[in-house]
Ligand binder design. Structure first.
Ligand code: 5GP
Length: 209
C-alpha cells in the first residue's frame, strides 16, 4: 500500500454490491470527525425519497458529457451498462482546502481508476455474508421485480470477483462489528507514519531532536 503524505487528503473508497449495507457503513464512517462525503453526479433518475445533493447530484446526459469532456471528473463509469456515474474532481480540492479525508462510495470500475490516479487511496470492499442473505435483503427492500433481483445477484457476483483489488474486506454479517471495522480502517489510515511526518517532526523538535 503506497502511503500519502500529510498534506494531501486521505481518500477512502468504499465499494460493494447493492444490498451489502455499504451506504449504512459509509454513514458510520461519516460519524468520524474530519471526514467528507464525495457527492457523485449521475444520469440515473432519482428514486423516491432521494433528494438532490445528499447522495447524488442528478444531472442530464448532456451535462454529464460536458463535464467528462471538460475533465471535471476524477473518475467516471457506466454502471450496470446503463446510467453514468462520476466523482467530480472538485471534491478532492474541497477536502484538501478543508483538511478533511474524502470518502468515495463508488463501484469497482471507479475504484480501479482512483487507485491508478491516487495510489495512496485506501479501498474497502463491503462483502455480504452470503448469496442467500443478500437475496433476502434485496427482497426485503421490496423495490425490485424478480428479473431485477436476479440481475442484481448476478451483478453482485461479478463485483465480488474484484475483491482482491481492495486493501480491506469488511464482511457485513454483524452490523456492529462491521461498523467498528470500517471506522478502525479509517482511523488506522490516518495514523500512517507518512501522514504523521510533519507533526511527529514538530514533536521531535520540541525535544531538541
Ligand atoms: P445506485 O444507482 O444504486 O445508487 O448505485 C449504483 C452503483 O453505482 C453503486 O455500486 C455505487 O457505488 C456506484 N456509484 C455511485 N456513484 C459513483 C461514482 O461516482 N462513480 C462510480 N464509478 N460508481 C458510482
Amino acid at each position: 500500500m503506497k502511503m500519502a503524505d500529510d498534506k494531501e487528503p486521505q481518500v477512502f473508497i468504499v465499494s460493494g454490491p447493492s444490498g451489502s449495507g455499504k451506504s449504512t457503513l459509509v454513514e458510520t464512517i461519516l460519524e468520524l470527525p474530519g471526514t467528507l462525503l464525495s457527492v457523485s453526479c449521475t444520469t440515473r433518475p432519482p428514486r423516491k425519497a432521494e433528494s438532490d445533493g445528499k447522495w447524488y447530484n442528478f444531472i442530464s446526459e448532456a451535462e454529464f458529457e460536458r463535464m467528462k469532456q471538460a475533465g471535471e471528473f476524477l473518475e467516471y463509469a457506466q454502471v450496470f451498462g446503463k446510467h453514468w456515474y462520476g466523482t467530480p474532481r472538485s471534491w478532492l480540492d474541497l477536502a484538501s482546502a478543508r483538511g478533511l479525508d474524502l470518502i468515495l462510495e463508488i463501484d469497482v470500475q471507479g475504484a480501479a481508476q482512483i487507485k491508478k490516479k491516487l495510489p495512496a487511496a485506501i479501498a474497502i470492499f463491503i462483502v455480504p455474508p452470503s448469496r442467500q442473505e443478500l437475496e433476502k435483503r434485496i427482497r426485503a427492500r421490496g423495490q425490485d421485480s424478480g428479473d431485477e433481483i436476479a440481475r442484481r445477484l448476478d451483478r453482485a457476483r461479478q463485483e465480488l470477483e474484484h475483491y482482491r483489488e481492495y486493501d480491506y474486506a469488511v464482511i457485513n454479517d454483524e452490523k456492529e462489528r462491521a461498523e467498528r471495522e470500517v471506522q478502525s480502517i479509517v482511523l488506522a489510515g490516518r495514523s500512517q507514519v507518512a501522514r504523521r511526518n510533519d507533526r511527529v517532526a514538530e514533536i521531535l523538535k520540541s525535544f531538541g531532536g
